[in-house]
Design a protein around this ligand. Structure first.
Ligand SMILES: NC(=O)c1ccc[n+]([C@@H]2O[C@H](COP(=O)([O-])OP(=O)(O)OC[C@H]3O[C@@H](n4cnc5c(N)ncnc54)[C@H](O)[C@@H]3O)[C@@H](O)[C@H]2O)c1
Length: 431
């Protein structure tokens, strides 16, 4: 399928430096390969030589513009229009602030930062330095999710009274990312509501429109993936485990069986940090690396399930749930109830039930080129980069749907929800 990039006229391609050449940095950089007339990757910063050189080769980046750390970019005179900051969660704020001060427009991975104060500092710095900021709340760019907002604003279900939104993380996805992987431990990354669901709270905030959130409560905990639940006789590594066959979280099943079937995409693709994934490198990663650990013997502490209840101005209520133990992998389910009808969304289709006239269905016309990336969030990753490049290329920040002020408000809501959970109380939001 041929996808047209935004029809914004650009005199020359936007030059981008990729800071953090891991999974996300690589995905976003694919835009330059698809649309070389609109974007060029002209610099890469990453301490991992393997990841850095992979991008260098793909985009023919000159040796001068290769850095083992983002500080190297800051020390040089500005030599591009924009930066993609795709470093781990706790390494967002410092490069974002330093590079915005150098005058680079910033595409910043979510979460913006791990404290409300740091998020505020990023936004202030970008505004003060006159640079554009786009936070990678990719769902905002999903054509169907955009359609939900258009439908709500057109009054198709009347006055919106309640929003119910559910995020199924997926049982093996949760084990991969939040038990064994990079987002397992709050002190090393962030709490799971921020890491996984700041997208979702952002969507609820967006759908609520002009109405501010007044109150929030939240409950949740880490269930199941605890040492006391390790089955009798289990080993601390799946490759040595005599009871692994009965375990749905077995690393042998999640990674080794997949690579044996020729599937080398995510999550297999991210467990061999310095080599191409094949049977040999995956076996080695499971023998010695974090992804071969028994899920009941990890240093994980983030919540597996969490609910957030919100009350907005005008009596609008919203209920959000995030659950680890699901068949579906991140395919959100949403139902929005209004005075004239009900709107539901399942990741593929929007269904509107009008109380007078019955059902209307909406499907998305344009997804994204398959070549763009492995996951792509149903094409939303592509549209996110497309909007940012169009904004920078044309000097029009209104093309960015996840800009500074609104994103800061929805991030603050996430921090307030987590405070409500930790303190076991209703938090009255500062409007
Ligand atoms: N928008 C989304 O839907 C979405 C999805 C997944 C991850 N994320 C977020 O994207 C970010 C990156 O995630 P990922 O999955 O690509 O992780 P990753 O580990 O694959 O990539 C991160 C890269 O940053 C590099 N890095 C670390 N320190 C650095 C430094 N000082 N300078 C330059 N590079 C440095 C690492 O070596 C690594 O290659 C995280 O914040 C994550 O939470 C967002």
């Amino acid at each position: 399928m041929h996808i047209r990039a935004q029809t914004v006229t650009m005199a020359s391609p936007v030059d981008v430096i990729v800071v953090g050449a891991g999974s996300r940095g690589q995905t976003y950089s694919n835009y330059a390969s698809l649309h070389p007339e609109r974007m060029r990757v002209v610099g890469v910063a990453d301490p991992r030589k393997f990841a850095r050189e992979k991008l260098q080769k793909q985009h023919r980046v000159s040796d001068n513009n290769m850095f083992a750390d983002w500080h190297g970019v800051v020390e040089r005179e500005k030599f591009a229009d924009a930066v993609f900051i795709c470093t781990p969660d706790r390494h967002h704020k410092d490069p974002a602030v330093a590079l915005a001060k150098k005058g680079y427009h910033v595409l910043l991975e979510k979460p913006m930062a791990v404290t409300a104060e740091d998020c505020t500092e990023i936004v202030k710095t970008c505004i003060q330095n006159g640079v554009m900021l786009s936070v990678c709340h990719v769902l905002r760019y999903d054509p169907l999710i955009r359609k939900i907002k258009v439908l709500l604003d057109s009054g198709v279900i009347g006055d919106v009274a309640h929003i119910q939104h559910f995020e199924p993380v997926g049982f093996f996805h949760f084990a991969h990312s939040f038990v064994r992987g990079n987002w397992r431990n709050e002190a090393e990354s962030s709490f799971s509501l921020l890491a996984k669901s700041c997208h979702d709270i952002d969507l609820i905030h967006h759908w609520a429109g002009e109405r501010s959130c007044l109150k929030v409560s939240s409950f949740g905990s880490l269930s199941h993936f605890r040492k006391e639940n390790q089955p009798t006789g289990a080993a601390d590594r799946c490759l040595d485990c005599p009871v692994e066959k009965n375990c749905p979280y077995s690393a042998r099943k999640i990674y080794l069986d997949r690579v044996k079937q020729g599937c080398v995409g995510w999550p297999v693709s991210v467990i061999c940090s310095n080599s191409i994934p094949d049977i040999e490198s995956v076996t080695e990663a499971l023998k010695s690396g974090p992804y071969g650990r028994c899920v009941y013997q990890c240093d994980n502490d983030v919540c597996t399930n969490q609910v957030v209840n919100m009350e907005f101005e005008g009596g609008l209520t919203a209920a959000f749930s995030m659950v680890a133990f699901t068949e579906k992998l991140c395919d959100r389910k949403t139902t929005i109830y209004g005075s004239k009808g009900e709107l539901s969304y399942d990741g593929c289709e929007i269904r509107v039930f009008d109380f007078l006239s019955g059902i209307t269905k909406h499907r998305a016309a344009a997804r994204a080129p398959e070549a763009f990336g492995v996951s792509g969030h149903g094409g939303a990753d592509y549209h996110l980069v497309d909007a940012f490049i169009s904004a920078v290329g044309s000097g029009d920040p209104s093309l960015i749907l996840s800009g500074p002020e609104e994103t800061l408000l929805s991030h603050k809501l996430v921090f307030q929800a987590e405070r409500a959970r930790l303190e076991g109380k209703v938090v009255f939001c500062d409007t």
